[in-house]
Design a protein around this ligand. Structure first.
Ligand SMILES: [Zn+2]
Ligand SMILES: [Zn+2]
Length: 264
């Protein structure tokens, strides 16, 4: 069985396996046993929690799967570590050590002989999350040994984006040109020839008017420089790998188009 790697890259004395237990797959951390077996259990759980936090995972499921407890409590959910009155362990806002101690305390409460005080806080546990694949768990346990990168960290984003005013150049457009283009297209995209993918709010087939030579590049706002496109074709013509070829097709397919640039 492999060992969890410390942040230094060295192996800890803490065996793990990536496996499914009762149909739930995840990382199984072996229990702390006699003769210093898996003596670095605590440190291993700390680095695992730290790595999950660094990937912005909010919570994980933790279930005790020691054999004696599985015999006693066959139902998977009976052996779940329940913190914060939810079915999972929150990873937010606390140090890994704090979270590990809480898991340990919850484990200690799950014991067969309730007359004995104390309880083993270092049992065999299954850590699981629907957001992580087995290869993700391998990276969590041993980052250097794994070839596949873990899920990219989720960016924090901006809670309340500030607004700012920018100067924009507004180019005058003739609304009659737009209307003429759309009416002539009659709901059929002039590039792919397919009907508009949906109706707009007033029940008109949705197409967008695209200027073949952009207005910003001195293209004229005339029917000889505008086409009606479905949203896919429109984005494709702006950003697609084959946009140059498709533009050529457009000129060949639509006789009214002219390559002339306005002179003024
Ligand atoms: Zn189209
Ligand atoms: Zn466009």
């Amino acid at each position: 069985m492999p060992n969890v790697a410390a942040n230094t890259g060295n192996d800890l004395n803490a065996a793990y396996q990536i496996d499914a237990f009762q149909d739930v797959s995840g990382l199984i951390l072996e229990s702390w046993g006699p003769s210093a077996r898996n003596a670095d259990y605590n440190e291993a759980l700390d680095v695992i929690i730290e790595r999950l936090q660094s990937r912005s995972l909010d919570e994980i499921g933790v279930n005790v799967i020691s054999r004696d407890l599985v015999d006693q409590f066959p139902n998977f959910t009976e052996r779940a570590i329940l913190l914060d009155s939810s079915s999972s362990v929150s990873l937010l806002g606390r140090e890994p050590r704090e979270i590990r101690l809480e898991i340990g305390r919850a484990q200690a409460r799950l014991k067969i002989d309730t007359s004995k005080s104390g309880g083993n806080r270092t049992k065999r546990i299954l850590l699981h999350s629907t957001l992580l694949t087995p290869s993700d768990w391998n990276v969590v346990a041993s980052p250097a040994a794994s070839s596949s990168p873990l899920l990219p960290a989720v960016p924090a984003g901006i809670q309340s984006p500030k607004s700012s005013t920018q100067m924009t150049v507004v180019i005058e457009r003739d609304s009659n040109v737009r209307a003429w283009i759309l009416r002539t297209a009659a709901g059929i995209c002039e590039l792919c020839g397919q009907p508009a993918p949906f109706l707009d709010a007033i029940g008109v087939p949705f197409l967008e008017v695209h200027h073949v030579i952009p207005l910003a590049s001195s293209g004229p706002d005339t029917t000889t420089n505008a086409v009606a496109l479905c949203p896919n074709c429109h984005r494709d013509l702006h950003y697609g790998a084959e946009r140059i070829m498709k533009l050529k097709n457009l000129y060949e397919q639509i006789p009214r188009l002219s390559r002339a640039i306005s002179q003024n």
